[in-house]
Design a protein around this ligand. Sequence first.
Ligand SMILES: *Cc1c(COP(=O)(O)O)cnc(C)c1O
Length: 365
Amino acid sequence: MIPYGHQSIDDDDIAAVVAVLKGDWLTQGPAVDTFEAAIVEATGARFAVAFTNGTAALHAACAVAGLGPGDLVVTSPLSFVASANCARYVGASVGFVDIDPETMNIDLPRVPAAADAVVAVHYAGLPVDLTRLAHRPRVVIEDAAHAIGALTPDGPVGNCARSDLCCFSFHPVKTITTAEGGAVTTNSYEWADALRRFRSHGTVRVPDEGGWAYDVVELAYNYRLTDMQAALGSSQLAKLGTFVERRNRLAAAYRAGLAELAGAGRLILPPAAPPGWRHAYHLFAVQVPPVERRRIYDELRGRGVGAQVHYRPIHQHSTFASLGLGPGSFPAAERAGASVLSLPLFPGLRDDELETVVDALRTVC
Ligand SMILES: *Cc1c(COP(=O)(O)O)cnc(C)c1O
């Protein structure tokens, strides 16, 4: 089965992890500092703080931004559940704003003035245009789990040019991996400090009381990344440009191979990046008729093509039932959620495998 996503690990990555295993530090240590410096370098943000995973990074971002009970945090319904759960972790209320079907991203002009924060998801790796916010909420958080390596006219995603905090995930299907892992970037010294406390039990050193002394100043968590993972992350990050370039080349090959089917109205191709922007292509999600999707999915699998669905809209999951958001609440996201199908896309996907996927689609659509 050709999977929809897969990590690309080479001998350099393996050697980087083995070197840590032979050293003195296994959990958070110097390799985490090095990885964070590399994220700063890659994104242009002033600070980067590594976390155990992207969900923890989002939780931390909401917490240090001061979001909590009484605050309304809005996000896109067409995302992974973590984009909304981060608000629930801090006791804030979750709201959704429908997507713009042209970009598949949250329709920012419709973010209500009552929102205290927006979690802007760069769906599939196409950056949300943050200049389209009609009202700037108190807090703007980017969920860039799909979008490391993407560019906007303001520079790399993660530089926080138009946001307060930007969160990444390094899960194996994402563009670079540390197995589990994540990070938050910010340009605020205070928030970077708060992020470091948040991932390590709210601990601060008290040198005046002795070399050993520390104080726990607030309730926090153990969300530390290990040095083994951080070494893998630095090694992977060095290949970010190559990975994103390969993903863009594969996406272009899909567009060419599927142009005829798209022209005949059998499927809809995903939005491309406008001039001056770079898509990270975490996903290549075509849309097929909702009544046909299950058959197409099953028949693709039968032909060895592991397509996947991203996503069942968040508000349709049982855990959000109490919000009372029934069918028709977010029509564009619901339409997309019923028709999207992510095709295999990862740097190690071979050209002949891509041809297999295209041929299979030509047959089953
Ligand atoms: C993967 C993902 C996350 C969460 O990342 P983890 O590292 O798996 O915790 C959050 N948001 C989006 C949009 C994602 O795709």
